[in-house]
Design a protein around this ligand. Structure first.
Ligand code: BEZ
Ligand code: FE
Length: 280
């Protein structure tokens, strides 16, 4: 196989994967090569552009560590994360929709009793969050494990603050016997995704902004139900229609209502999908 040309190199590369034992891997590699080559042909990729692409990916790798995941950020800002989530989380009608996990979840967040303040000193306007966790038939999900995490008033997650001992504005709670939950925290505010790396360079070069509309992250787990990874977005946020990572779903938008005592209240009820392939 010599003297390959631009007209036959794609088939030659695909043929090289012919003996891949895993059929799924073979399918993925074949399609990847087809689409990569088609992309290069379509844009008539120059060598200089190819090199800039390699340099971009190299910088993306170099800035990635256990606190910063630039590849996920790249996937998020290209809409690949939300596309993959949408394709893999088609839930029965009535279930709470999923959205991006994001890079700021951490294991080992502190446990709180219902009613406690998960802010744990994070700066922000006080806020109460409450609602229920139910199944599709309206049945409460007693004891549902609720992980919540959010940015502070300056738009920073605790893990982004070097030297901060302990966790702030994140915690794990359990719904009561009626599937009800409530906790105190701080008002969700819009914030920019980290844009001091190659993904930020891409956003700037393409005149895109890095902002995410204000939101609270939730992960809810209970036996017999699919784990739900989602956000609740704050109604009225100016970035709801231009989220940098394409994560907004109208069904996830809720009102944060100012109370006479100055605190905000947001109420949101979650509906979990039944676990397993027999899900309706
Ligand atoms: C977040 O909401 O925490 C997030 C999601 C995707 C990229 C960056 C941040
Ligand atoms: Fe977030």
């Amino acid at each position: 196989m010599r003297n390959l040309t631009q007209d036959n190199i794609t088939q030659a590369v695909i043929a090289r994967f012919a003996d891949t034992p895993d059929p799924r891997l073979k399918e993925i590699m074949t399609s990847l090569v087809q689409h990569l080559h088609a992309f290069a042909r379509e844009v008539k990729l120059t060598e200089e552009e190819w090199f800039r692409g390699i340099d971009f990916l190299t910088r993306t790798g170099h800035i990635t560590d256990d606190r910063r995941q630039e590849f996920i950020l790249l996937s998020d800002t290209l809409g690949l994360s939300m596309l993959t989530i949408a394709m893999n989380n088609e839930k029965p009608a009535g279930c709470t929709e999923s959205t991006v996990f994001g890079p700021f979840y951490v294991e080992g967040a502190p446990s709180y009793d219902l009613g406690e303040d998960v802010a744990n000193g994070a700066a922000g306007v006080p806020c109460v969050v409450r609602g229920t966790v139910r199944g599709l038939d309206g049945e409460p999900v007693p004891g549902a494990e609720i992980h919540v995490w959010q940015a502070d008033a300056e738009g920073k997650y605790d893990v982004q603050r070097e030297g901060l001992a302990g966790h702030q504005a994140r915690g794990v709670l359990h719904a009561n016997g009626k599937g009800e939950y409530h906790f105190r925290s701080i008002l969700a505010e819009a914030y920019p995704i980290p844009d001091d790396g190659p993904v930020g360079d891409m956003l700037k070069a393409t005149k895109r902004h890095p902002w995410r509309p204000a939101h609270l992250h939730f992960m809810i787990r209970a036996p017999g139900y699919e784990t739900l990874i989602t956000h609740v977005f704050r109604n009225g946020d100016p970035y709801l229609d231009s989220d940098a990572v394409f994560g907004v779903r109208q069904s996830l938008v809720a009102d944060w209502v100012k109370q006479p005592d100055g605190r905000y209240l947001v109420e949101y009820d979650f509906v979990l999908a039944p676990a397993g392939k027999d899900a309706r």
